[in-house]
Design a protein around this ligand. Structure first.
Ligand SMILES: [Fe+2]
Ligand SMILES: [Fe+2]
Length: 160
């Protein structure tokens, strides 16, 4: 987890987190903060272990930490945040010492984290996609009535 721990210390990572927090200060819906990233990482790990996928733990944590890191760009200019996140993530991953092959896998999973159909084709992208959805606590949410997630997508009961 050496390289993963470098991500959370990276200045560009911290800066993007701060930018997201400013824009989400008054957000009543799900936030894109470190709680969300850690929930995604840990649920993806549970899926990985339960389903014997054998995806590398470092790749799961790196992807979870970075998958929404460009969310502030989407608020500002409507760039889809999977694209903005991959753009911000690439130099961070290089700086943190990830191998080229691993960077490609992580970026692919970030880019596919909003596509159910495409994420299914790759183990890392699949566990991240599902963990991202499963992490949302709709059953506790006070904004559930006004949330634009389709009914079928909302987590009505606790799974992980
Ligand atoms: Fe996202
Ligand atoms: Fe997310």
């Amino acid at each position: 987890m050496k390289q993963v721990n470098r991500i959370i210390e990276h200045p560009a990572y911290k800066e993007a987190l701060a930018e997201i927090a400013i824009r989400e200060e008054n957000r009543i819906f799900c936030r894109h903060d470190t709680d969300h990233f850690m929930n995604v990482a840990r649920i993806a790990m549970i899926l990985n272990l339960e389903e014997h996928r054998d995806v590398d733990k470092d790749l799961i944590y790196a992807t979870a930490l970075l998958h929404d890191i460009g969310r502030h760009i989407q608020y500002d200019d409507k760039t889809p945040h999977e694209i903005a996140s991959a753009e911000i993530a690439e130099p961070i991953l290089k700086d943190c010492g990830f191998r080229k092959k691993d960077i490609q896998q992580i970026l692919q999973a970030i880019l596919l984290h909003r596509s159910q159909k495409e994420s299914k084709k790759h183990d890392l992208a699949d566990v991240i996609y599902r963990a991202d959805k499963l992490s949302r606590e709709c059953y506790f949410c006070k904004a559930a009535e006004v949330c634009d997630w389709k009914k079928g997508k909302k987590n009505k009961e606790l799974t992980y």
